[in-house]
Design a protein around this ligand. Sequence first.
Ligand SMILES: [Zn+2]
Length: 356
Amino acid sequence: MHLMLSHVFSLLCSFSAANAPAVAPAPRPIEFAVIESSCSTEGSHIRQFAFDANPNTYFASERNAAKSDHLTLTFDQPVSLKTVSVLTGTPNNEFALRAATLEVSTQGTDFESVATFADGKAEWSGNGKLVKAVRVRVIEDLKHPLVVREITLDSDPKVVTFRYPIEFTLDVKDAPEMKEWGQKVVRICEREYAMICDELSSEGFRPLTQIHLSLKSDYNGVAAAGGGRITGSVKYFKAHPGDIGAMVHETVHCVQNYRARNLPGWLVEGIADYVRFWKYEPGKAGRLTPERANYDASYRTTAAFLAFVSANYDPKTVTKLNALLRADKYDAGVWKTLTGKSVEELNQEWKRSLAR
Ligand SMILES: [Zn+2]
């Protein structure tokens, strides 16, 4: 109503456009929600599949659901909720929920029941109520697992569904005291996953949906990744708990998922550090020594070179290089195709820009 009145007012007074009362911009969508459950995940049926806009995938609990078990979706900020509907059971209609309620919470702590499940479905019209979290809660012991196919929301602002569903599992058996730190890291890596997958997208490629992160006492490096597994050193991360970017770097390797052998290691590491230092934590890479900089010096030095080429030639440089590496079509000639210049010419230009 306010918007309409101010609109009429501006017409009547015939202000210049610059003076006209501004119409409030649409609120930015909520980019991330956290989805948790009291039940652990069965196989590959991860929690984020319950909020991925794809009714063919679903969350399933490992064990039969008991009274008070839940699956809870918590938004970064409260949203004005118009409707929420939840579909449970597998696509074959197994394990549709009956003895359960749909609940909402304004703060994310205390919940109120707003609908009960019938034939595996529940829905509620929130009429704009501010809601921070919605959850499915089982109200009696069941003889089957908790299976949630899809939560669908209509809200203002909109909550973005998981475009690249991912679930990290954490193993801190070697250092139980690192559990809290590990959970924090896992949450950050899950949150950054869509950004990483967008940066490293390529035709027909589907990123991993599960990554196992373990902290090991007998591991002497910093961290390493391969085949959906990340290993980190207990000793290193105890001494450097702030170096979460190192785990984001390893998560990038999991998304790269290159199969070919003999790829240029400097570029593989350069891309991982480019995503880390130019997308996840810009400005943290530190200063380069111009005399020692070279495009193939790996890690953050190559990352800086990639940033230079991205800024001056093509903002999609890293996405394109990643696609070539993933398809095993990378060779030194691709720089000329992408930018019109050889990698040596680009190197000289970049080094001159550093010396300035
Ligand atoms: Zn690396």
